[in-house]
Design a protein around this ligand. Structure first.
Ligand code: ADP
Ligand code: ASP
Ligand code: MG
Length: 406
């Protein structure tokens, strides 16, 4: 079957007019005889609004109930889109994640997909229908509703494209492709025509929210051809694909920033084997993702360990770290919210040296202090003060030739 998976993000379905616009985009594929599976996000800011309401009622909502609530946002979108398609005389049927059989683990609010049942979708496609699936949600083997982490509709789309062996997964959003950095911050950022899975994965995990990073992991693993494009402008977007020799030779393809970071430091821990294993083991037990880590040089048999976590994990991390502090008889635990991470990404770094040094020099030129550094084969990230983040993105874009001429 010639299957396409199309995903429409929240802003693309935010109003009745936009929902009808999405209907017309789908209609064009349908008329070409393409079998279409559509994944939709909750309209506009629905998910944020639902979280806000939940927290007004209970500042620490149980995660099972939060997922029950958040999944309703996408359920609205699938029904509304089905109405739009009916109006356009395109036969369609909507399904929740539960109805399709998107089975996940029971890790509420950040569940992982274990398996997707294809039968129902394939049956409806064979009958000539467009199948609309709610993004961001699944169900455990026990029947509890789960969600896949913020931005998780991307993951639903990519995972469906993979199990249905779709020709392509098109991610329709409010920008007309992937840019060298967030076009909302730098107006003359360059649009990227083609990007490799590795680069897009690193950009996503470093904070470019145009694609969810877990969705990128799945796309890379199963080789899902992605096209990220605009639902408002009918222009070609950005293709994400396997690395080819023909890809344009650039050292740095993108600069990205992440303000969703908190720096945690535990001061005066004993400098003996097993301490880091204990600290990070305790955090891992509660599923807290630790990003950057540094350890200071030992003085008098003691040292400090600093690391970054995501903002939403701060409360639970502070409970864990207090326990850890008592156990290790450490002096104190400090949480710093005023940090952000800037990163540069590009496969060209594999074959060019001195790229990190250029990054540090560019930041120094703007008197931006670097608090932490981490590198991978194709990425360099620095933790800096949050107030400097825009300046840093701009300066790094300039340094690596990522700006369009105005
Ligand atoms: P959707 O609701 O469609 O999933 P998102 O808001 O999750 O859309 O992602 C699109 C947004 O990602 C854009 O509006 C843009 O501000 C942001 N973004 C961040 N970095 C980039 C980048 N490098 N290229 C394009 N967009 C980016
Ligand atoms: N509605 C969910 C969110 O806001 C999922 C998504 O938009 O992809 O995170
Ligand atoms: Mg998104």
């Amino acid at each position: 079957m010639n299957i396409y998976v199309l995903k429409f993000g929240g802003s693309s379905v935010a109003t009745p007019e936009r929902m009808l616009n999405v209907g017309r985009i789908i209609e064009a594929y349908y008329k070409k005889g393409i079998k279409v599976v559509v994944v939709v996000s909750a309209p506009g800011k629905t998910t944020d609004n639902l979280i806000e309401i939940a927290k007004k009622i209970n500042p620490h909502p149980p995660e099972r109930e939060l997922d029950m609530l958040l999944s309703t946002g996408e359920q609205q979108s699938i029904a509304l889109l089905a109405l739009a398609l009916e109006k356009l005389k395109v036969p369609a049927i909507s399904f929740t994640g539960y109805q399709v059989g998107i089975i996940t683990d029971p890790n509420f609010t950040k569940a992982r997909i274990r398996l997707i049942q294809r039968k129902k979708i394939l049956n409806e496609l064979k009958k000539g229908k467009v199948v609309i699936v709610a993004g961001f949600q699944g169900v455990t083997e026990k029947g509890d509703i789960t969600t896949l982490g913020r931005g998780g509709s991307d993951l639903t789309a990519v995972a469906l494209a993979s199990v249905l062996k779709a020709k392509i997964c098109e991610i329709y959003t409010d920008v007309d492709g992937v840019y060298s950095c967030d076009p909302r911050i730098v107006k003359n950022a360059k649009k990227i025509k083609r990007i490799t899975y590795d680069e897009m994965l690193e950009l996503a995990s470093a904070g470019a929210k145009v694609m969810q990073s877990r969705a990128m992991e799945v796309a890379k693993k199963f080789n899902v051809l992605l096209h990220i494009r605009s639902s408002f402008k009918r222009v070609e977007g950005t293709y994400v694909e396997e690395e080819k020799m023909a890809l344009e030779e650039v050292v740095v393809r993108g600069v990205t920033h992440d303000e969703n970071q908190v720096k945690v430091s535990i001061v005066d821990v004993p400098d003996v084997p097993g301490i880091a294993a204990y600290v990070f083991g305790e955090l891992a037990k509660k599923n807290i993702n630790v990003d950057m880590i540094i350890q200071s040089a030992a003085r008098n048999g003691k040292n400090d360990i600093s690391f970054t976590i995501r903002r939403e994990d701060k409360k639970i991390a502070s409970e864990i770290m207090e326990k850890v502090r008592k156990k290790l008889k450490a002096k104190e635990v400090i949480f710093n919210d005023d940090v952000a991470k800037v990163s540069i990404v590009g496969i060209g770094m594999r074959s060019h040296s001195g790229v990190a040094a250029r990054m540090f020099k560019a930041l120094a030129r703007k008197k931006i202090n670097i608090e932490m550094i981490s590198t991978s084969e194709i990425k360099v990230s620095c933790v800096i003060n949050r107030k400097d983040v825009k300046k840093a993105v701009m300066e790094l874009s300039k340094e690596f030739g990522l700006l369009r001429r105005k």
